[in-house]
Design a protein around this ligand. Structure first.
Ligand SMILES: [Fe+2]
Length: 284
């Protein structure tokens, strides 16, 4: 069994690096940790980076999870290989690009590009963004799935994720106490559906709503409150149509043994208890 500690970083290809940097720093509220010839590394908390844009195809999207140590990584690679998920070992130069000690990559059953990383770098310098969005850190990821039942099995039986709640057949899964670190969303393709950053307070959600709406950033859902995790949220569109989310107040599941996943119906009130409706392509 593979034990994921936390989500670690996302890597997104883009053909418009300047646009991506302008959005990430001026709207989303991340801090540039480093810019190289063909990539930018962005911070959202005390980690060295949690988002990387690189020159490349926008469909080239990867999410990484931290595992405990090199032994865990080797065992994880063996498990994946044995179960028919081909694993590639990251080279030294690829590790340097990701600022990790070592990593492996594979695809989940839908085809999502996943990396497992050991010892991602932290920074001794305080995260300090140019826009004060109130971000406290990168927290979870929405991943597309072409078969939520099959992929729930993969994430829970192979990667030790636990289902916190379900909306229809869509599982919200945790890898630590936080209500969910991985949410699956049905689609006919692989990829990242949204990238979540936690913010400090309800005020940050509403402040950002007005800030972004004033600047014609497309708000796709919210402000609202998830009945599942209890989080107050705002979803909006960034470069290459990637959706970003701010949220605050996500439940922690401390009673690991006692928690039973709750079943919510596949209807709008399962997504927002205040009555907000997802818009456009986000509605799916
Ligand atoms: Fe989310």
């Amino acid at each position: 069994m593979i034990e994921l500690k936390d989500v670690c970083y996302a890597r997104l290809g883009t053909r418009d690096m300047e646009g991506a940097i302008a959005f990430a720093t001026g709207y989303l509220g991340l801090e540039i940790a480093e810019r190289t010839r063909d990539a930018v590394y962005l911070r959202s908390d005390d980690r060295g980076h949690t988002l990387c844009y690189f020159d490349g195809d926008p469909v080239d999207q990867t999410v990484a999870f931290e595992v405990e140590d090199e032994i865990s990584l080797r065992l994880a690679a063996d498990t994946l290989d044995r179960l028919g998920h081909p694993v590639e070992q990251g080279t030294a130069s690829e590790c340097a690009l990701r600022k990790v000690k070592s990593f492996v990559r594979f695809r989940d059953p839908t085809g999502n590009q996943i990396e497992l990383a050991v010892r991602p770098e932290r920074s001794g310098k305080r995260y300090f963004a140019t826009r004060d969005a109130g971000i406290t850190g990168f927290s979870h990821i929405g991943l597309y799935t072409t078969d939520p039942v099959r992929d729930e099995q993969f994430w829970t039986q192979v990667c030790n994720a636990k289902v916190s709640d379900r909306i229809g057949d869509i599982p919200l899964m945790r890898v630590n106490e936080i209500h969910h670190t991985i949410a699956l969303l049905v689609s006919d393709k692989a990829g990242i559906q949204h990238i979540n950053h936690q913010v400090q307070a309800n005020d940050d959600i509403l402040r950002s709503y007005y800030f972004l709406a004033d600047r014609n950033v497309e708000i796709v859902f919210g402000p609202g409150r998830h009945p599942t995790s209890g989080a107050r949220f705002l979803y909006f569109k960034g470069p290459d149509d990637m959706v970003f989310e701010y949220s605050v107040g996500v439940d922690a599941i401390a009673d690991e043994e006692g928690h039973r996943p709750r079943q919510f119906g596949f209807e709008p009130t399962s997504l927002c208890k205040w009555g907000a409706l997802p818009k456009g392509s986000f509605r799916r």
